[in-house]
Design a protein around this ligand. Structure first.
Ligand SMILES: C[S@@+](CC[C@H](N)C(=O)[O-])C[C@H]1O[C@@H](n2cnc3c(N)ncnc32)[C@H](O)[C@@H]1O
Length: 351
């Protein structure tokens, strides 16, 4: 996901101007040179706004920003196993947080205080906090989704679920459900596709987590989709009684990691992403099976479903389960691979 479309300025001077020495063992040095020029606008909701949406309310001498860059690069290089990722993210970080001053070449405008840049980058490198939680957003398909701790960072492979929806005839006029919506990624993407042309369609995004619900609602609002996409709080099918039997399509990327695998996840995932979004129970299929059980009741005849799994064996097990145990209820059940050739998704139709 290298593409970034936010309006991003670049660092004004070449790196030869970066002069401040740095040791990765030392704490981030305090930077007293930042000055606040205007007041930060209140966030549009109770969420902390992502860095790129904050106003350019601060400024600092260009030389101080160069010192920060020098320090942050050295800190990133002190972690050889992830340094190339960190250096790429550092460029994005500066793009999201800085802009050249329109009239003073030796001054840089900032979206947060310079001290905060040190502290955030230290959290990224030393504490392995995911980059997306540092900047408060993730670029996913053609969207920039706001994320924060407590909400899963949407993954590139999940984008394929949106492509599968797009292939369903007449999807634009249907009732769609995204179970376990998290940041609202799938619900927003489907709702946005409906906006290309006239559409009667509606999307419901469901999540049990109040943080996810708040973040998803914010993303829906950011893309002006309140008339199309409704985020409801509750457990799986529980908030959907009013559309029971009338749903055109159900998509879901539920928690599917076996509980015993959680401790082996990389720090960025295991230490920071919500267990509620990851833990699929004993063999990872607790939620997937629960969702399978509800499909026939909530989908209308011919209705489509697509869900993400932990891959290969889990997909094959669920596809087999749906097409044998419940063969009267479902048809055209198949497994779809992700970008890496992993059998990642199970799709099908209600009979
Ligand atoms: C793997 S995350 C997927 C988030 C988002 N759909 C995405 O792909 O980025 C799973 C989501 O399911 C939600 N969830 C977990 N248990 C749930 C339940 N019982 N009912 C509804 N949502 C639940 C979690 O809060 C989390 O947001």
């Amino acid at each position: 996901m290298l593409s970034r479309f936010s309006p991003i300025p670049s660092l004004p001077l070449p790196s030869r101007h970066f002069i401040r020495p740095f040791s990765s063992l030392s704490p981030p040095p305090p930077q007293p040179t930042t000055t606040t020029t205007t007041t930060i606008s209140p966030p549009p909701s109770s969420l902390s706004p992502p860095l790129f949406l904050r106003p350019l309310s601060h400024s600092t001498p260009l030389s101080s920003l160069h010192s920060f860059h020098h320090w942050a690069k050295a800190l990133s290089l002190s972690q050889p196993s992830i340094s190339s990722d960190l250096l790429r993210q550092l460029t994005w970080f500066l793009q999201d947080t800085t802009s050249s001053h329109p009239t003073q070449p030796s001054t840089v405008l900032l979206r947060t205080e310079l001290d905060e840049l040190y502290s955030l980058w230290n959290e990224r490198v030393e504490k392995r906090k995911p980059f997306q939680y540092i900047v408060g957003c993730e670029h996913w398909r053609d969207l920039v989704l706001v994320v924060q701790e407590g909400v899963l960072i949407p993954r590139p492979e999940t984008e394929i679920l949106v492509d599968l929806v797009q292939e369903v005839e007449g999807f634009r006029d249907g009732v769609w459900v995204d179970l376990g919506t998290g940041s609202g990624a799938l619900a927003v993407a489907i709702g946005k596709m409906m906006m290309d042309g006239d559409s009667m369609g509606r999307v419901f995004g469901i999540d049990i987590s109040p943080t996810a619900v708040e973040v998803a609602r914010f993303n829906v609002q950011r893309y002006d989709l309140e008339g199309k996409v409704e985020i409801r709080q509750g457990a799986w099918f529980e908030p959907l009684e009013d559309v029971k039997g009338n749903v055109t399509g159900i998509v879901s990327n539920p928690p599917y990691i076996p509980s015993s695998d959680l401790s082996g996840l990389q720090p960025e995932v295991g230490w920071y992403e919500p267990r509620l979004a990851l833990d699929g129970g004993n063999d990872g299929t607790d939620h997937l099976l629960h969702i399978c059980e509800g499909l026939a009741t909530f989908l209308k005849p011919g209705g489509f479903f697509a869900f993400e799994t932990n891959g290969d064996k889990q997909s094959e097990f669920l596809a087999n389960f749906l097409s044998t145990n419940w063969r009267q209820l479902f048809q055209k059940v198949k497994v779809v691979s992700d970008y890496y050739g992993v059998k990642r998704f199970v799709t099908g139709h209600r009979s």
